[in-house]
Ligand binder design. Sequence first.
Ligand code: 26M
Length: 810
Amino acid sequence: MADFDKESFKKDVINNVKNLFRKTIDEATQEQVFQAVSYAVKDHIIDRWIATQKAYEEKNAKTVYYLSMEFLMGRALGNNMINLTCYEQVKEALAELGFDLNVIEDQEPDAALGNGGLGRLAACFLDSLATLNYPAYGCGIRYRYGMFKQAIENGYQIEKPDNWLKNGNPFEVKRPEYEVEVKFGGYVATECREGKNYFVHKDYQAVRAIPYDLPIIGYGNNVVNTLRIWDAEPVQEFNLNSFDKGEYQNAVEQANLARNIVEVLYPNDNHYSGKELRLKQQYFFVSASVQRAILKFKENNADIHDLPNKVTFQLNDTHPTVTVAELMRILVDEENLEWDDAWDITCRTCAYTNHTIMAEALEKWPIDLFQKLLPRVYQIVDEINRRFVLKIEDMYPGNQDKVRSMAILYDGQVKMAHLAIAGSYSVNGVAKLHTEILKKRELRDFYEMRPEQFNNKTNGITQRRFLLHANPLLADWATKKVGDGWITDLPVLEGLKKYATDKKAQKEFMDIKYKNKVRLAEYIKEHNGIDVDPNSIFDVQVKRLHEYKRQQLNILHVMHLYNELKANPDMDFEPTTFIFGAKAAAGYKTAKLTIKLINSVADVINNDKSIKGKIKVVFIENYRVSNAEIIFAAADVSEQISTASREASGTGNMKFMLNGAVTLGTMDGANVEIVEEVGKENAFIFGLSAEEVMKYEKDGGYYPMDIYNSNPKVKKVLDQLVDGTYSNGDKELFRDLYDSLVMKDVYFTLKDFDSYADAQKRVNKAYKDKANWAKMVMLNTACAGKFSSDRTIEEYAQEIWKLEKVEVTL
Ligand code: 26M
């Protein structure tokens, strides 16, 4: 970074420690130095932030508002320094002050305002938008408590609150001047003025929405975009004396509403819970974000009809879908547009991304709940639905099936996906296979009605965080081989292909992998107290715990392998460390029991001297963005073993690939495209195809009992779930897992078992051929270019958002 002066940076840090903590630098704790360094870095951000926003305003550039209930940002300091291109300079400055930058970075809590894939994708998108010079806001909620911290006690998951704001957030800026009011409850009255009917919302409860802005720094281009997260404050602090009874009650309720609304992230992933507070959260941040966006638009534009030329609201799944109705409310009630006019604008301003085909994730709100909480918005949804149903009937006269499958209001429910599709000009899936399944099955009727609305945008990840920051050794190596162009143009890594068969390069690459495995082994020793051998295969499955992701398949196979080794201790087998990391939704029993099973299996196997440490099983506690960065860099094998058709895309698969791991996976989500890029000879693919799975499902499933009865290996591991092998003799502990696998096996775990075990064998054998293994993993890194979120964002920007790049000079 050109405007970085090491000596003045050191002075800034020393000064910040004094001002913030009344201490000299040698008295300060590492955490206090973290704060001081962050403020010193923020000094370098702020002028760029101001300049960027000025440049956008001058150009009156079209802006995308990425509306998301989740932004899984992880830590900011390291990433901010990377993107300002001052990481090495700060590292040196701190070393001279006697501090280790790694230790300083470790002081920062993760900003875990998200569950998993969907939230992390939003974070990667913000990084790419800023790096590609696109005007963008992320809009979300400033949860007081983010994703819970996971502790493992006696093998069980315990959830601990994540008080991430405890020591303040050095990078955020409160913007009280941009507060808006959001209204809940009450009723709608009609008033007639000058012959026109007006809808007036009465007797409501209001909260003040206060924005906090976080800087999103583009890589080396002076761009700083904004992630705006909303806090809630009560409209009036209630004062015991100044209210009559009714007013007092209302004041208390309003204050409680403000307190509750932003309190905590719902820790569900791919599962809808139907809680009223969740709908409050959705409307709260949507209404605040849309109101603010319209106010800003009106500062620079005279005609509201220009809105679609200047603004897109991108809806991250159905969670912010109420945007469609809220925008209509503002256009009709506040801008006084006619319905058709308003609807035309709305449908050209909103776009929707679908992230899942899991039926239990579909958001459907009971009409009475929705109507009571948002009476005016409900009236609007009702009218949208009335007109939409007329359109369906017009297209398919007399076909009630179509109405049933497409209406927004049906069976006493508000179907958020249907509202999102009806009110959007674009509907996209997140990988080719996923989009095809949406078009052919899940959303077939909508696709038939308006095929041009549907498109695919295969997900991506940011190489700035997941290679440059997470894996500095490999990043430096790649830069030495092909230059540093890959940092903003990932396909440049293709230049590494020619080294894949070069003996010297292979050794360099594998030495780096080894060092990263040592780093992870140290982390595991420190956090789990388990010794693992960096020379063993690191086989890794890290992701949310869900039956469809099939951690059960993985652990059942480990149990099987252990049986084999016990029976045949001299079996030809390359020692393997099976690494898991996963949080289970707090109320998801089967998922929590699977965590207990993994830990129980780990206990038995890790302590059995007879297998000479050939298998180790490790469950990494509290998997999150910050330790993910260490884990991906150290992996040899990437477990992507979802039931085909269920994982919309996956993005962990891409992070492993980029860091030189081979995929062991099903033909699901983006795995299909990974294989397309790297070649099937450089991946280990197994299992039913999506089509096969869907065919079984259409025909009512299959009989897992047949497999149990005919496959002795499968029978043995299943029996071990209920014979006390992994539960100190307790035959009931894992009974529910046994029952659901043997009776139903909804996720085809037994069906895919043999094929998975065979793929594992192929992996183990392939690892022995050191040269070929090196070639395979190097080709994975070299072929990862497609999976940059820069590519994804260019596609969104050009094909959906129609944005133009804005240059920023200081
Ligand atoms: C819904 C209702 C109430 C509470 C929580 C939810 C909810 C939260 C998160 C539902 C779904 C949520 O996330 C789904 C998700 O993460 N989907 C993943 O999206 C990734 C990015 O597109 C894909 O790569 C994954 O395949 C997909 O599972």
